[in-house]
Design a protein around this ligand. Sequence first.
Ligand SMILES: C[S@@+](CC[C@H](N)C(=O)[O-])C[C@H]1O[C@@H](n2cnc3c(N)ncnc32)[C@H](O)[C@@H]1O
Ligand code: SF4
Length: 360
Amino acid sequence: MIDAIYIHIPFCVKKCSYCDFLSFQSDEKTIEKYVENLIKEIRLYPKYDYDTVYFGGGTPSLLKGEQIERILKELNIKENAEVTLELNPKTANSEKIKAFKKAGVNRLSIGIQSFNNKFLKKLGRIHNIEEGIEIYREARRIGFKNISLDLMFSLPDETIEDVKKDMKKLIELNPEHFSIYSLIWEPGTEFYNKLEKGEYQETDNDLEADMYEYIIDYAKKNSYHHYEISNFCKSGYEARHNTKYWRNEEYVGVGLGASGYLNGIRYKNQMKFNSYCDSILIGEKPILEKEVVDNVALEEYRHILGLRLLEEGIIPSDEEKYVKIYKELERDNFLKKVNGRYLLTERGVFLANNIFEKFI
Ligand SMILES: C[S@@+](CC[C@H](N)C(=O)[O-])C[C@H]1O[C@@H](n2cnc3c(N)ncnc32)[C@H](O)[C@@H]1O
Ligand code: SF4
């Protein structure tokens, strides 16, 4: 059953120094042209009944409330669906947040990144922390009851004390959900260039593990579930949309460079604006590449995505190849069996990427 859609909005006011997501600066006219194409693309898919809708970016909050409303009107959205929109603090104000709510958005994911203006500057963010907190409070006043905050850690020259301060401020705000990603040095970004020139250093592995351990402990002490490697929530506030990805469920992906997974095929959309629009103009889905997910790939995805869900894990496969891997990982205390499912152990969580490699 297909009941999830990801909608990519590839525009940003300015590129952050660390980010390699598909996004670029644009003007109002181009954004409107994009919205029109997006609507036509949505019409190329069957009318599924959606339980989750996710506007990701780029910066979806760069769109006007009226544009988000027009897109949502194209979709059959079930009652009690989760409709999330990623929001960059500098691109929204009270009127816009009200318009998003009126359009049907009921969950915001706010890109806070850090509670330290020194780091926000370094990251090339367009907002300061006061603006981030104010937009969060405004969203609360307007009536958003499900808000997630996005943060990062392991930034250049960040200390464990900095992480402690960030966690304190984060928990004080009391969001239902937060994601906290350790910095990935993406080739081609300003950060990566500085790393290559020796201006920045990667965080020492032990320090990064200490930071992560502190984050997990502090979040747990404050009643948050650590339900996915980088995601924490209050009871019942797991990100429903993303959880479908981790459960390896199928979903529609629309927009420039968006990925989707339908009828056993994973696909990725055109990455170039003109190619994207050209396909839609002739009434074709703007798909750039496809991967047929055969049984071998299906099992790989099921393991590496499912094990990210720390409280849910995966149902074991009885294939000999996997049984052997489980045995080794259990012996080394990276994997444990709970109620017939395999979960990462506390030790396994810290080395998750190395563990996932074993399943590929
Ligand atoms: C598409 S962005 C969120 C929405 C909006 N564009 C913003 O930044 O406010 C998704 C999240 O991915 C994280 N992210 C982006 N690049 C990253 C990197 N190189 N390493 C770790 N996390 C990264 C950031 O926390 C960011 O909030
Ligand atoms: S982190 Fe968000 S705001 Fe910054 S460039 Fe990436 S997508 Fe845009």
